[in-house]
Design a binder for this molecule. Structure first.
Ligand code: HEC
Length: 108
């Protein structure tokens, strides 16, 4: 019986629940920074203008030589730091998948 009441009240409040879920979406988005946000937070500092000899974002010639090393090697080099690039490319929260997405974005 009490279960039925709960079911009915959930049914009645479905719109409210949906609205509450939708209202939460922006919060969820803040928790997950997209590739562009991550790029703007870290990589752009050097790769936006070839600072310290960094391959510039969108410079296909500069990136094609790097891409030949293969994505796993590139991700590892960012993770550990590489020559003038500090470990993680200044992104402390980036996962390996994030780094791969960031590399794809810059090499385009
Ligand atoms: C403080 C400056 C700086 C920042 C910030 C930075 N990089 Fe770099 N990055 C460099 C420099 C300099 C090089 C070139 C190193 C060399 O070959 O001399 C480089 C090279 C690379 C390479 C090529 C590595 C290789 O093996 O040839 C990748 C991939 C890369 N960066 C990715 C990233 C990503 C992804 C981010 C953001 C999370 C990032 N970088 C942030 C300076 C930076």
């Amino acid at each position: 019986m009490s279960r039925n009441i709960l079911a009915v009240s959930i049914k009645k409040n479905r719109r409210v629940l949906l609205a509450a879920l939708l209202a939460m979406l922006p919060t969820i988005n803040i928790a997950y920074a997209g590739t562009t946000e991550l790029y703007n937070q870290s990589c752009v500092t050097c790769h936006g203008a070839a600072v310290l000899g960094a391959p510039k974002t969108g410079d296909k010639a500069a990136w094609s030589a790097r891409m030949k090393k293969g994505m796993p090697t590139l991700v590892k080099n960012v993770r550990n730091g590489y020559k003038n690039m500090p470990a993680g490319g200044l992104c402390t929260t980036c996962s390996d998948a994030d780094l791969a997405n960031l590399i794809e974005l810059m090499a385009k």
